[in-house]
Design a protein around this ligand. Structure first.
Ligand code: MTE
Ligand code: MO
Length: 341
C-alpha cells in the first residue's frame, strides 16, 4: 500500500497502478466511514484498509460461473485487412500477455481481471450518440460496426505505469466514426464513456463507490480526426475479448493507456473540455492531454523507459510513443497547455 513510500522506480510494478498509492485519501476514508481526522490515526486507517481488501477479495472470486458466450455476430469480419502504413520496429506482444494483463477497474483494481470480465454481456449492446450532433440517437453495435470500414493496424501501446505492448488492433478509423455521428460545427471535444451501474451486477469493481464512474475520457475533435485514432473492435484478428474493452474501445497510440476508454456506451460531442476519470480522481498526476513523453516523469516514477509485456525487456520510451510525425502538429498551438501527463 502507499503507507510505505518508495521512489517510483523501486516500486514493484504491481503497486504502481494509479490507484494503489493515493486513492484520493479523503474519498477513501469517507467511503470507509472514517472522518478526515482518521488520516492521522494510522491504526484505524490500516484496519479500514484491511477490511476493504477482504471485500475486494470477495469481488474477485465467486460470482458464479461465467455465462456461455454466443458466437460474436461480427466474427465474419475477421481477420480484417492489415493497413501496412502503420509499422513498428518491435515484435508483437504474445496474445496471451495482452489478453491476460489488463487494466479495467470496473472488474477490480489489479491486472488479473480477464476471467472476471468474461461475465460482461457484450450483446445486445447499444451506443448512445448525443450532445452537439445533428441527430442524437442510439445505435446497435452490430449496425454500427457494419456501417463502417474495419482494418487492422499494429500499434505500440504505453500505459502510464510504464508497461508497454505491441498489438494488432482491428478497428474503425475514428474520423469515419466522427463523420457518422454528424457533429455540429460548435463541437470541440468528443467524450466517450464506459458502461456504469446498469451493469454493476456483472462488474464488481463498480462497487468501489469512491471512483467517479462511469469511466470517461475524451479527445479534442482534431485529435479524434487524426488518422491514428482508432475505435477498436478487435485484437489479434478476432473480436475484442471483454477484458480488452469489448465491443468498442478507443486507441490513440501516442497517449497513455488511461485515455483509451473501454466498452463504450456513450459518445458525446461537447463544447466544453471533459474531465477524464483519472483527472477527476487525481488531477495533480493525470491531465487531459496525456501525451507520452520520456522526459516528463510521473510525479511518482520516471517515464524514461518502459517494460515490454512478454519479454520483460526495458526499452527507452519515445516522445509521442514514436508517433510524432503523425501528431506533433496537433500541439504546436497548444504549447501553453499541460501536454504530457
Ligand atoms: N473503462 C475503462 N477503460 C480503461 C481502463 C479502465 O480501468 N476502465 N483502464 C485504462 C488503462 S489505465 C489502460 S493501461 C488500458 C488497458 O488496456 P488493455 O487492458 O486492453 O491493455 O485501458 C484503459 N481503459
Ligand atoms: Mo494504464
Amino acid at each position: 500500500m502507499w503507507i510505505k513510500r518508495r521512489r517510483g522506480w523501486e516500486i514493484p510494478e504491481s503497486r504502481i497502478t494509479p490507484e494503489a498509492h493515493f486513492r484520493n485519501r479523503r474519498a477513501l476514508l469517507k467511503a470507509m466511514g472514517l472522518g478526515a481526522g482518521a488520516i492521522a490515526g494510522g491504526g484505524a486507517l490500516v484496519a479500514g484498509l484491511g477490511s476493504m481488501r477482504t471485500a475486494e477479495a470477495q469481488w474477485r472470486f465467486g460470482r458464479g460461473p461465467a455465462p456461455e458466450r454466443a458466437p460474436d455476430p461480427t466474427a465474419d469480419l475477421y481477420p480484417a485487412r492489415r493497413n501496412e502504413r502503420y509499422t513498428v520496429d518491435r515484435a508483437l506482444t504474445p496474445e496471451r500477455e495482452a489478453t491476460t494483463y489488463n487494466n479495467f477497474y470496473e472488474f477490480g483494481s489489479h491486472k488479473g481481471i480477464a476471467s472476471a470480465a468474461q461475465r460482461l454481456p457484450v450483446r445486445p449492446w447499444q451506443v448512445r450518440i448525443e450532445g452537439l450532433v445533428k441527430n442524437p440517437r442510439t445505435v446497435d453495435i452490430d449496425t454500427l460496426i457494419r456501417a463502417l470500414p474495419l482494418e487492422e493496424r499494429v500499434y505500440r501501446f504505453r500505459c502510464v505505469e510504464a508497461w508497454a505492448m505491441t498489438v494488432p488492433w482491428t478497428g474503425i478509423p475514428m474520423a469515419k466514426l466522427v463523420e457518422y455521428c454528424e457533429p455540429l460545427g460548435s463541437a470541440k471535444y468528443v467524450v466517450m464513456a464506459t458502461f456504469g451501474q446498469e451493469l454493476s451486477q456483472h462488474a464488481p469493481g463498480l462497487r468501489q463507490s469512491w471512483y467517479p464512474w462511469p469511466y470517461t475520457d475524451g479527445l479534442a475533435i482534431d485529435e479524434a480526426m487524426n488518422e491514428l485514432s482508432l475505435i477498436a473492435t478487435g485484437i489479434y484478428g478476432k473480436p475484442l475479448p471483454p477484458q480488452n474493452g469489448a465491443p468498442l474501445r478507443l486507441i490513440t497510440p501516442w497517449k497513455y493507456g488511461f485515455k483509451q476508454v473501454k466498452s463504450i456506451v456513450r459518445i458525446a460531442f461537447t463544447e466544453e473540455r471533459p474531465k477524464g476519470f483519472w483527472e477527476e480522481v487525481q488531477p495533480s498526476e493525470y491531465g487531459f492531454w496525456a501525451n507520452i513523453n520520456p522526459e516528463v516523469p510521473h510525479p511518482r516514477w520516471s517515464q524514461a523507459e518502459e517494460r515490454l509485456l512478454g519479454s520483460g525487456e526495458r526499452v527507452p520510451t519515445r516522445l509521442y510513443n514514436g508517433y510524432g510525425d503523425f501528431v506533433a502538429n496537433l500541439y504546436v498551438n497548444r504549447r501553453n497547455e499541460r501536454l504530457f501527463a
